[in-house]
Write a protein of this length. Structure first.
Length: 267
């Protein structure tokens, strides 16, 4: 049974280290939430190590820079781990020769190219060696538009046995209570059509394994996130206790595998 937590301080001494999701927990692209920032400062004073993990397609360094611009100092956490970084590591390790990626959407591609200039993007699915999914085009606002917009390209790619590599397995995110579509919807559609997908980030094991390694495998770890499937179930598979941030919803009306429920991250 879940335990409802009003103040983070009530459980802070029960754990040796902490993992926090970013979007919806610490910020939503703007300034870091004031209450969450206080929690990170208090944990720092208590010498409790913290890492941040995210399904963002940003590379780690770009994510760190963005967080600093949003008001989160690097001295308050040990590391940031992003799905984008894990995806880039896979590409670097798996493709020793130049590859051509059909990139969806290309807003993040320029940053990736700085770290790995070997590979190239193409707008032709016929020329592509794989599909690299980094974001959903901003013009697509409804899930039902995914099939309408991408099925023709996906069907052609599947005939060519192309793999779809997804750097953000989230399906949705909320910004100021408005729903935004995420690349996980594209990978889901690709699978429905019979295509092969490789995804990085939460809830898949590698990001949690890397996080625990950075934390030097503490005995008592708490993961705080706002999504049941990616954050809570992903961490639970590694025997990590979890706190689900419920936002505007009543905690006692939510069904979750989380150890704790809390509306916000507040000291």
């Amino acid at each position: 049974m879940n335990k409802i937590i009003k103040k983070f301080r009530d459980i802070s001494q029960e754990y040796d280290a902490f993992i926090f999701d970013l979007w919806g927990v610490l910020y939503e692209g703007g300034p870091i939430f004031k209450d969450a920032l206080e929690v990170l400062r208090k944990l720092h004073l208590l010498n409790k190590p913290v890492i941040l993990i995210s399904n963002s397609p940003f590379l780690n360094k770009d994510c760190e820079k963005n967080l600093e611009e949003c008001g989160l100092s690097k001295n308050l956490y040990k590391a940031v781990l992003t799905a984008g970084e894990l995806c880039m590591q896979y590409i670097q390790a798996s493709f020793g020769t130049a590859q051509r990626f059909y990139v969806i959407d290309k807003n993040y591609w320029d940053a990736w190219k700085k770290f790995n200039p070997l590979h190239h993007s193409t707008t032709s699915i016929e020329e592509a060696d794989a599909i690299l999914c980094l974001a959903v085009p901003i013009s697509i606002e409804l899930p039902e538009k995914i099939a309408e917009h991408f099925d023709k390209v996906f069907e052609h790619a599947i005939k060519r046995n192309l793999k779809l590599i997804c750097a953000n397995p989230d399906l949705f995110a909320f910004c100021s209570e408005k729903m935004r579509l995420r690349p996980g919807l594209l990978s889901l559609r690709y699978q429905q059509l019979g295509g092969e997908v490789l995804s990085f980030g939460k809830p898949f094991p590698e990001i949690f394994q890397q996080g625990l390694k950075i934390l030097e495998y503490p005995k008592r770890v708490l993961m705080t996130g706002d999504t049941e499937y990616t954050d809570i179930q992903g961490a639970s598979r590694h025997n990590i206790d979890t706190m689900l941030i419920t936002g505007l919803y009543e905690e006692d009306s939510i069904k979750s595998q989380a150890t704790y429920l809390s509306r916000i991250v507040k000291w």
